[in-house]
Design a protein around this ligand. Structure first.
Ligand code: SF4
Length: 127
């Protein structure tokens, strides 16, 4: 991961499977996640000093790294593909991702969008 703009800060919702994978790493969930301010009963990644708890410090000029990789959360795997609840469809998040043009095809890929919608509907129950 060279950019990590989406990890500084993160707002990522966590599925039950995400929480299980994080707990299996031996990290207490209270240390690295907080209750979702938007969705009661769900948790999101915690930020420490404006960046995801799991984002490793970069060396000067070096790449950032996710210390959860390859067990990073489902939503992080899809990003910058996100679901716009107002538009009821998948979009590419241009707010955080300066490389968003490289990912525009994902938003029109119905396989990617349906897979993300399944996670949001069946695992998180937010749509
Ligand atoms: S878990 Fe990893 S990929 Fe996801 S926001 Fe944190 S550092 Fe970034």
């Amino acid at each position: 991961m060279a950019c990590a703009a989406c990890c500084m800060p993160t707002e990522m919702l966590l599925t039950p499977n995400d929480l299980t994978r994080i707990a299996a790493r031996g990290v207490p969930l209270d240390a690295c996640t907080i209750p979702s301010p938007q969705y009661p009963g769900l948790r999101v990644l915690k930020n420490v000093k404006g960046r995801c708890y799991f984002l490793k410090e970069s060396r000067i000029g070096g790449p950032h790294a996710c210390s959860l990789y390859p067990d990073h959360p489902t939503g992080c795997r899809y990003f910058p593909l996100i679901y716009d609840v107002d538009k009821h469809r998948c979009i590419i998040d241009k707010r955080y991702c300066k490389h968003y043009r490289d990912f525009l095809a994902m938003a029109s890929d119905s396989t990617c969008c349906k897979a993300l919608e399944r996670v949001l509907r069946d695992e998180l129950r937010v749509i």
